[in-house]
Ligand binder design. Structure first.
Ligand code: FAD
Ligand code: GLY
Length: 369
């Protein structure tokens, strides 16, 4: 008989895990306190950009990100087939641009170790970068070109994941209000603020930035903090930009629907998802240094989401010793969209007692306890 699983949290991480588990013969119920994709996941820029995002270290976190990028092609095709909802998968490649000689050296240093994974990556002069990206500022001195990096349209990706989950048989219950876990001597169960209790063989916690709320019940230290990302979009300018363009100050991502996304701030505002004038101005004050045409126009849409950050920047993925039926998948910070397939694979392997696709010791959820 197939084992039952309750997944708590309907962001990209909870939905991906629910989908993969159900496809592996588990019987999954997903409980979401609001609407699926209504938090960080629906707010993301959708970049699948491990080489641009991680420039410092070739550790197991970098490997986790690169492994997930490798899984994405087949993963996104399965999700689209099951859901019949498209969400773009643009293999646009990316340009990581710099303006100063000292930064060119840093980029060359990064290429020396990333080359093993980013096999087609190469340094470009400013002129060569402008051949690929004609509207780029003349001030850009050099760029790293990563043809492997790609992006999805995040709001549609989570919609598609949700629909794919339903199609393969996941039972999704939204608007539950806060879900609480109860761990009693011989039994674990969950209850909802808006009424209802559920019990299963296994529980997976994927509450994103709210993961710290579990500390008391589970008796482990889960230092997860919301880092607000304020972000904006320009309508009708995507055709002026061909790639993800990344710089130390932020990034631009052109979408098929014609919008050009410009992200993102990193600020601390508790659990507020409001945007501030200052936060958006920070973006609009530098973006024309990359693309001068942006100086004359205003974003048509601004929004914000809460990244689930951990103290050391690594996610928390794994089973809890004291509660062997509870697995956590939290703290994906800046890369939850990218890491969605690999996290789903890993959690499924854990629940099947199989070897994980990539080492996970670094992500031990009890490392802070
Ligand atoms: P969430 O999407 O926040 O989902 C958690 C869910 O759990 C929520 O729906 C919440 O309502 C629910 N929940 C919480 N507590 C409970 C409870 N007690 N009971 C029931 N439900 C509960 N990542 C990338 O890979 N590429 C990008 O380009 C990128 N860009 C980003 C840009 C911005 C502006 C932001 C803010 C983030 C970006 N990210 C990006 C990061 C990415 O969005 C996150 O890492 C990812 O969405 C985290 O997913 P999650 O499912 O853990 O969290
Ligand atoms: N990964 C992009 C962001 O978090 O803003």
């Amino acid at each position: 008989m197939s084992r039952s699983v309750i997944v708590i949290g309907g962001g990209v991480i909870g939905l991906s895990i629910a989908y993969q588990l159900q496809r592996n013969d588990f019987q999954v119920t997903l409980l979401e306190k609001g609407r699926c994709g209504g938090q960080a996941s629906g707010a993301a820029a959708g970049m699948l950009a491990p080489f641009s995002e991680i420039g410092e270290d070739q550790d197991d976190f970098f490997r986790l990100c690169v492994t997930s990028l490798g899984l994405f092609k087949e993963w996104q095709s399965n999700i689209k087939e099951d859901s019949n909802i498209d969400f773009e998968f643009s293999e646009s490649g990316s340009l990581h641009v710099v303006f100063h000689e000292a930064d060119v050296l840093a980029l060359k240093g990064r290429l020396s170790w990333q080359k093993k994974w980013a096999t087609s990556a190469r340094m470009l002069s400013g002129e060569e970068a402008r051949e690929l990206e004609p509207a780029l500022s003349k001030e850009v001195l050099a760029a790293m070109y990563y043809p492997e990096e790609s992006h999805v349209y995040a709001p549609a990706y989570v919609k598609s994941l949700e629909e794919a989950c339903r199609k393969v048989g996941v039972k999704i219950i939204e608007d539950t209000g806060q879900i609480y876990i109860h761990t009693e001597k011989n039994s674990t169960y969950v209850s909802a603020q808006n009424g209802g209790t559920w019990q299963a063989d296994e529980y997976v916690c994927a509450q994103g930035a709210w993961g710290k709320e579990l500390e008391e019940t589970l008796g482990v230290s889960l230092p997860i903090f919301p880092i607000r990302g304020q972000i904006c979009a320009y309508q009708g300018y995507a055709e002026s930009v061909n790639h993800i363009v990344y710089s130390s100050q932020g990034y631009l991502v052109p979408k098929e629907n014609g919008t050009l996304i410009n992200g993102a701030s990193e600020d601390i505002a508790g659990f507020q998802t409001t945007v501030t004038e200052k936060g958006i101005e920070r973006l609009t004050n530098w973006n024309h240094k990359l693309f001068p045409f942006l100086k004359e126009i205003d974003p048509f849409h601004t929004w914000a989401g809460l990244r689930p950050a951990t103290l050391d920047g690594y996610p928390l993925i794994g089973k809890l010793k004291e509660h062997p039926h509870i697995t956590v998948a939290l703290g994906h910070y800046r890369n939850g969209i990218l890491l969605s397939p690999v996290t789903a694979h890993i959690v499924t392997s854990i629940l099947k007692n199989e070897k994980t696709i990539t080492p996970i010791d670094l992500f031990n959820p009890e490392r802070f306890s």
